[in-house]
Design a protein around this ligand. Structure first.
Ligand code: FE2
Length: 422
């Protein structure tokens, strides 16, 4: 007897009336119309069953700290960094853990089951690192938390920055981070990229760097990141996060840059909610949007994800752990309104970030982990449009959120050819 059988599911690739069979936490079969005895059977009623949402870029150590000790008046990235610097001396292990666990609870309810979080390594105490390593262990049964050693104050600019980051990796942090545009000069930024990529190569780690998070059209750290990636043979293991300067760069230069990024198989994370609010703050009108060139990067074959980045913290006063909100904003800011582009926006919060994180067993296919979310929508495009309700969330075949309600009763009959509003 199966542990779980989902029937009448629509899958993100458009397959209809699919059954998903689960045994011992893994998917054993994905077949049209399969009926078999199971301990739990869920009739999806034609609604969308997706692999879980994945957030490729988040800051869990600052999440839910909004207003402490004050709010960001200018709304700029730099005031946010200064504000985080004011908050840091008051942080405690318990407070970080409590806020992070609260966030993870909401994330799971939203079908968000894997998060890559940057964690600030600037202070020699490594307090946020210790706290999030604790959280990582505690949430492991229901959420994959991958940590990035993030030198918020600059790995070269802050005294002891590199040593602190190395010690964070020693403690078990998974990924090497960086912030080259915050180092003192463009040259020091480039040097930091070289040092950090070499460190990652030495230790067999992935890299995910805040890179060129500015409106400066002359910022060039992503070029260096692509160069170091190919020089060290780190293809497919390095991600450039934000890349907002690409929005403002000269088009001719970008026509050279994107192929270099593709050659290095660089991952890209745009953070639409944050980019649209933090960038362009020095502009009058017209105001730049600041999001990197998502459709062009996707067209060049790069793996592009949308991250949430911040929720209720010194940089962002909004957010709700809903990756469909990030996808919705990315779709609008990137003007990605064709059917194909809207579907790509769904991929940008599911399969694409899963690839960047290197998640094992991700997807709805035999052999994959039985992790999925049942959405009150009939297609990925509708899921984004509606920021669809999560009717059920399963992790390793066990329901971790949602009600065991008669799902089929929630469905409205769609007429062929009509617009299905739900
Ligand atoms: Fe970030």
């Amino acid at each position: 007897m199966l542990d779980l059988l989902i029937t009448h599911a629509t899958l993100p690739d458009g397959r209809l009336n699919m059954s998903i069979a689960v045994q011992s936490g893994r998917i054993t079969e994905v077949t049209e119309g399969l009926q078999a005895p199971a301990h739990e059977t869920v009739n999806a009623g034609g609604l969308l069953v997706s692999p879980p949402f994945v957030d490729a870029h988040f800051h869990m150590d600052s999440a839910l700290s909004y207003g402490q000790p004050r709010v960001n008046e200018s709304g700029t990235l730099l005031e946010g960094i200064a504000l985080w610097g004011e908050l840091k001396p008051t942080l405690t292990h318990e407070a970080i853990v409590e806020r992070a666990l609260r966030y993870c609870d909401v994330a799971v309810a939203r079908g968000l089951l894997a998060i890559r979080s940057h964690v600030d390594t600037s202070h020699p105490s490594l307090l946020p690192v210790q706290a999030l390593l604790d959280v990582k262990q505690r949430v492991a049964p229901y959420l994959d938390l991958q940590l990035v050693a993030f030198p918020q104050d600059g790995v070269l600019r802050a005294p002891g920055g590199l040593d602190n980051l190395r010690r964070a990796l020693d403690l078990g942090v998974d990924v090497v981070g960086g912030i080259p545009h915050f180092e003192r000069t463009m040259a020091q930024g480039a040097e930091s990229v070289k040092i950090l990529c070499e460190l990652a190569a030495e230790r067999g780690k992935r890299v995910d760097m805040h890179c060129d998070e500015s409106d400066d059209p002359h910022s060039r750290h992503v070029e260096t990141l692509a160069y170091e990636t190919q020089r060290l043979g780190l293809h497919g293991r390095v991600t450039g996060s934000h890349l907002t300067s690409m929005h403002s760069m000269d088009n001719y230069y970008v026509s050279k840059l994107i192929p270099l990024m593709a050659e290095a198989d660089l991952g890209v994370v745009a953070n639409p909610l944050i980019n649209i609010t933090l960038q362009g703050r020095h502009d009058t009108y017209p105001k730049r949007r600041g999001m990197t060139r998502v459709p062009e990067l996707m067209a060049a074959g790069l793996t592009v994800a949308f991250g949430h980045d911040c929720v209720l913290d010194p940089w962002y006063s909004g957010g709700s752990a809903d990756m469909l909100e990030a996808a919705h904003m990315g779709l609008h800011v990137g003007q990605m309104t064709s059917q194909a582009a809207m579907r790509q926006c769904f991929d940008a919060v599911t399969v694409n970030p899963a690839r960047l994180l290197g998640l094992e067993g991700y997807g709805i296919a035999p052999g994959c982990h039985a992790d999925f979310v049942l959405l009150h929508a009939r297609s990925p495009v509708d899921a984004i449009r509606l920021r669809a309700q999560r009717l059920g969330v399963w992790r390793r075949g066990r329901r971790v959120a949602g009600q065991p309600a008669p799902i089929a009763e929630l469905c409205l009959a769609g007429r062929p050819g009509s617009v299905d509003f739900l």
